[in-house]
Design a protein around this ligand. Structure first.
Ligand SMILES: [Zn+2]
Ligand SMILES: [Zn+2]
Length: 352
């Protein structure tokens, strides 16, 4: 069951990192936490011992980068050891960050950002030569006829007062539509909650699936991979639809989260492409709505293309920028190869 239960949790801070979060947290408390993370860990690498590093290890363990201690009775230590260094390198590679093996500012910035709780599957990214999308283990997808129609419904028992239901319905309609534009799929809202393929609701705290929500800006939401179809959002968040009327620093864009979660419901896991919808982090007040070429390639590889799908000008430029990145990788590999050849020739020449 667990492999099909992939929960989507957005965290502003790692669980219990540097002592438990005070709930409800404020923007000021969050800034203080963030500062503490940076002052404590910035620039540290293998061979050091830093108080609180064991909490970072728990964070890496939770998201799929670090195995639990070999002996089950032991807990993580504060030692920056070889295993942790490998975890940091894998994290950097998987999330498309500069690879230093140290807790540098890019890495700490990502760790302290709000993110989705679905663990990554670093093995694929570690092997890959280019940054790209990913799927869940065993690549589950909806097995319906093409074009497929999936119904979705909102739980009448588990809703929030603000934003209003009709506004939430419009947000989800737009979010589903972004995916149906690119694949041969239709999403229709139904009143029949019990028989809907996708069931959407807002929940508080422990709500019976082993992944309790934790108040403002902790866990935001979680979703299940195909064909479970459950999408749960944390009722305690400040869900925003329009930031011009919602001024809170801790507000989270409902439409961005909905679009990302629907990607999980359809079978996409996290990508290492930073600008893509399926990248795991999203900051408060950030809007990330438009599917990028990486999201589109990933989902079309599962379901095929919507026959009416056309590349827009911005997607065209998205393709050319990603091929430029690939070209520069190829170029740098060629330069390395040439350098090695020259060194080999020189060495041979010296030996002779
Ligand atoms: Zn996610
Ligand atoms: Zn849940």
């Amino acid at each position: 069951m667990f492999h099909s239960f992939f929960f989507l949790i957005f965290l502003l801070f790692p669980p219990k990192l540097l002592l438990a979060r005070i709930i409800p947290s404020t923007a000021l408390e969050e800034q203080q936490h963030r500062r503490t993370i940076f002052t404590r860990f910035l620039g540290t690498g293998r061979g050091t011992e830093i108080t609180g590093l064991s909490d970072l290890k728990k964070y890496f363990n939770r998201f799929g980068y670090l195995a639990p201690p070999r002996n089950r009775s032991e807990s993580f230590t504060d030692q920056f050891d070889r295993r942790f260094e490998l975890a940091v390198v894998t994290y950097q590679k998987t999330l498309g960050l500069p690879i230093s093996g140290k807790l540098d500012s890019d890495t700490l910035n990502e760790i302290s950002s709000p993110r989705c709780g679905v663990p990554e599957f670093p093995a694929l990214h570690a092997r890959a030569t280019t940054k790209r999308f990913d799927y869940f283990t065993s690549q589950p997808m909806w097995t319906r006829g093409i074009p497929m129609t999936l119904t979705y419904a909102f739980s009448s028992q588990n809703m929030i007062n603000s934003p209003a239901l009709n506004d939430i319905r419009r947000v989800f309609k737009r979010a589903f539509n972004r995916w149906s534009v690119v694949i041969p799929a239709n999403f229709t809202e139904t009143e029949d909650y019990d028989f809907a393929d996708v069931k959407i609701g807002f929940y508080n705290g422990d709500h019976g699936d082993g992944e309790p929500f934790d108040g403002i800006l902790g866990v935001l939401a979680h979703a299940f991979s195909p064909e479970v179809g459950k999408l749960h959002l944390d009722a305690a968040e400040i869900w925003a639809i329009d930031f011009s009327s919602e001024k809170s620093d801790s507000a989270v864009d409902l439409e961005s989260v909905a679009t990302h979660e629907i990607g999980h419901l359809l079978g996409l896991a996290h990508t290492s492409v930073k600008g893509a919808v399926m990248y795991p982090s999203l900051k408060p007040r950030e809007r990330k709505l438009e599917l990028k070429m990486d999201d589109i390639k990933g989902i079309q590889a599962l379901y095929g293309s919507n026959p009416n799908f056309k590349l827009t000008a911005s997607l065209q430029s998205d393709i050319s920028s990603s091929s430029r990145a690939v070209n520069s990788m190829v170029k740098s590999s060629m330069i390395k190869l040439m350098t090695m050849s020259i060194i080999t020739i020189l060495l041979l020449f010296l030996v002779m």
